[in-house]
Ligand binder design. Structure first.
Ligand code: CTP
Ligand code: MG
Length: 227
């Protein structure tokens, strides 16, 4: 059973509005993308790591991971949309005999190693799995600036990453999506919609936030300093 990981770092971070893409911001001595990279690197099952980034940042990452020689780490260029970045990595992986792949946003530096491993194991067993977190607020449906109804919170979850799949499943789903010109913001919903497959969940922490705005970086800095 060969497990690979795709670490996504090809976004431009428009909403964070910083002078570098958010995944390259230094947080307590390390760049954001290095935290999930270290986690994937330390999971013994993960043999092959593909980091997808912007063309002008490929060399920067290659230099930083240069000394990591115990497992295969490759840096490749992403695409304009997240889905294209994932596709490029899957294409690269398609002749590397990978059985299961974990896909993770480097904009989620707080991910736990346990959740990463649990998600991989669920995909080994059931084909497709995503980490989710529980919704804690009351959720409502708003129409025309007024509350129309209460959403049933007990069945609502936030979709996070990592998301893990058997390789042939995610590869087929991405190729279908491309053919049909369907665009998704994550891979679990892509597989659900394109292949109507059962997607298992691993309940993770609410702290596995996706850094989106500049305030999120302050929050992550604070949370990490308390670890
Ligand atoms: N991502 C990627 N390739 C893209 C777009 C996004 O690899 N073309 C990655 C980001 O680097 C991030 C994850 O997908 O790790 C989630 O994307 P998001 O939070 O939207 O990041 P950005 O696209 O960089 O931010 P924004 O949408 O504000 O520009
Ligand atoms: Mg984006």
């Amino acid at each position: 059973m060969k497990v690979g990981a795709i670490l996504l770092a090809a976004g431009k971070g428009i909403r964070a509005n910083l002078n570098v893409p958010k995944q390259f911001i230094e947080i307590n001595g390390r760049e954001m993308w290095e935290y999930p990279f270290e986690i994937a690197y330390r999971i013994s099952k993960v043999e092959d790591i593909i980091i997808v980034t912007l063309g002008e940042w490929v060399k920067h990452i290659e230099e930083k991971v240069g000394c990591k020689r115990k497992k295969s780490v490759t840096v490749i260029e992403g695409g304009d949309k997240r889905q294209e970045s994932v596709y490029n990595a899957l294409k690269f992986m398609s002749d590397r005999d990978i059985d299961v792949v974990a896909i993770h946003d480097t904009a989620r530096p707080m991910v736990s190693k346990d959740n990463f491993i649990d998600c991989i194991n669920m995909a080994i067993k059931y084909s497709a799995c995503t980490v989710v977190s529980e919704v804690v607020d009351t959720m409502v449906i708003v129409q025309n600036d007024s509350i129309e109804d209460i959403a049933p919170r007990s069945v609502l979850y936030h979709v996070q990453t990592p998301q893990c799949f058997q390789f042939d499943v995610i590869w087929r789903a991405h190729n279908n999506a491309r053919e049909n010109h369907n665009v998704y913001t994550d891979d679990a919903t892509l597989v659900l919609k394109e292949l109507s497959m059962d997607i298992k969940i691993v309940k993770g922490s609410r702290l596995n936030i996706k850094v989106t705005s500049s305030e999120d970086i302050e929050l992550v800095k604070y949370l990490m300093s308390r670890k």
